[in-house]
Design a protein around this ligand. Structure first.
Ligand code: GUN
Ligand code: FE
Length: 429
């Protein structure tokens, strides 16, 4: 049935400014798509529609997380005293090994999906682990929750502990079994779908990278990985792929750089040729500011990426990042861009509308028409009750800003994904 929601509506059609509709209306059809947004009911086709009034609350697009590692959830907020490569070897990969046990995976992944729900993230690009059956568990949980997710069984077969090595044949069989499973029917309309996920160049042999590119092409699946995160990593890639002209080119040679929709996490040291290649191929950047701080990689040049027209969204990158909330990540991104600006005034820092746009409309574009309330968009939304943040002296935009800077899940009263209200998952966690 068609619904019309009434609330104070805020969203970013454009990067540089908010649309603000005080006591506005958004109409959503039975398929969960927005059919109109307006300041008054008379401008919408309200016939046969149920009108739902959210009163003095804010209605905003839900958050999208373009890069997160589900099997690192137990390590959130610990093990922050090393740089990337030793951090992976000593803390991260040993935790991921535990996901050979599907009972452990079920327990931890329930918490992970429930907490994504809590923080208002309705779409996620997630790394799972190498384990096919645990990856299937994670896909089922997203499906049961009603939340959108691209879930990646991780490909890796070198520079990692014995227990995480899979042969190329096993990896392909694992992917095909997920692609064919009842939860992940290969259907571009499905909210939960597989995504091809070579961990990064240092952990995949050329044969494995080639097989990943072939899977992406054969099943027309998106691709995710890590790119230019750390200087030691980049040097290693240059050694492993000496023919490549840049890190991005190493992926490109295997059909893993925009041949199908691609998102690359970090891009801290991406410049020149790599930027040009990403732009040409529409490769999206998942900016992970908390992770960049914690594993001390540096400050990604996000303003430059935006100026050059690259597609950019945010990732929480748990557990390199420590905070699952994309609202928190947004604030870190703004603050880090101000640090960058203090060193180099050539480019300005990120504004609130730019960060909000990145988290909603820009990141949402990786999942289809997601992240805005313009007609044709899937209705992914959060209802924010910010009474306890003393909103009475603030404008609507200031109320949203205070929620982003000071609020948390206690103010998120309702959540919608593709038009459907999503309640708290009922699992025991
Ligand atoms: N590069 C390869 N694997 C990882 C990972 O798990 N986290 C981060 N931050 N970078 C990586
Ligand atoms: Fe990561």
């Amino acid at each position: 049935m068609k619904k019309i929601y009434r609330a104070h509506i805020l969203f970013t059609r454009e990067r540089t400014r908010f649309e603000v509709l005080e006591n506005g209306y958004v109409a959503v059809d039975a398929d969960g798509r927005v059919t109109g947004v307006a300041a008054d009911l008379a401008s919408l086709d309200a016939e046969d529609a149920e009108v739902v009034d959210f009163g003095d609350r804010l209605l905003i697009p839900a958050m999208n997380d373009l890069h997160v590692h589900a099997p690192q959830y137990r390590n959130q907020g610990i093990a922050m005293d090393m740089e990337l490569l030793p951090w992976l070897q000593n803390y991260t990969l040993p935790e991921e090994m535990k996901y050979a046990d599907t009972a452990y995976a079920e327990r931890m992944y329930r918490r992970f999906v429930r907490d994504l729900w809590r923080v208002g993230t309705m779409r996620t690009c997630t790394f799972a682990s190498v384990h096919t059956e645990s990856t299937r568990v994670l896909m089922r949980l997203f499906q049961e929750a009603g939340m959108g997710a691209l879930v990646g069984k991780v490909g890796m077969n070198r520079n990692c502990p014995e227990g995480l090595v899979e042969s190329v044949e096993e990896m392909v069989r694992g992917y095909e079994s997920l692609i064919n499973s009842q939860f992940t029917i290969h259907n571009s309309q499905s909210l939960v779908r597989p995504i091809i996920t070579p961990r990064f160049i240092p952990s995949c042999s050329p044969e494995m990278l080639r097989a990943c590119g072939e899977l992406a092409a054969k099943y027309q699946l998106p691709v995710q990985s890590h790119l230019s995160e750390n200087k030691a990593e980049i040097a290693l890639v240059q050694k492993l792929e000496p023919e490549s002209t840049c890190y991005g080119d190493a992926y490109d040679r295997y059909g893993l750089f925009g041949q199908t929709p691609t998102v690359m996490a970090h891009c801290v040291f991406t410049e020149g040729e790599e930027i040009a290649l990403m732009k040409r191929r529409g490769v999206m950047v998942a900016h992970c500011p908390t992770s960049n701080l914690n594993v001390t990689t540096g400050i990604a040049p996000i303003r430059q990426f935006l100026d050059e027209g690259l597609r950019v969204g945010f990732g929480s990158d748990i557990s390199g990042g420590h905070d699952l909330s994309i609202f928190r990540v947004m604030v870190y991104a703004i603050q880090m861009s101000k640090l960058h600006y203090q060193r180099d005034h050539a480019r300005s820092f990120l504004t609130l509308s730019e960060a909000f746009w990145m988290a909603t409309k820009s990141a949402g574009s990786f999942f289809g028409r997601v992240g805005s309330f313009e007609p044709g968009y899937e209705f992914d939304a959060l209802v924010i009750d910010d009474r306890e943040l003393n909103h009475d002296h603030y404008s609507l935009l200031e109320r949203l800003e205070r929620f982003i800077y000071l609020g948390d899940d206690r103010q998120i009263e309702r959540r919608f994904c593709r038009g459907k209200e999503i309640g708290e998952p009922e699992w025991r966690c």
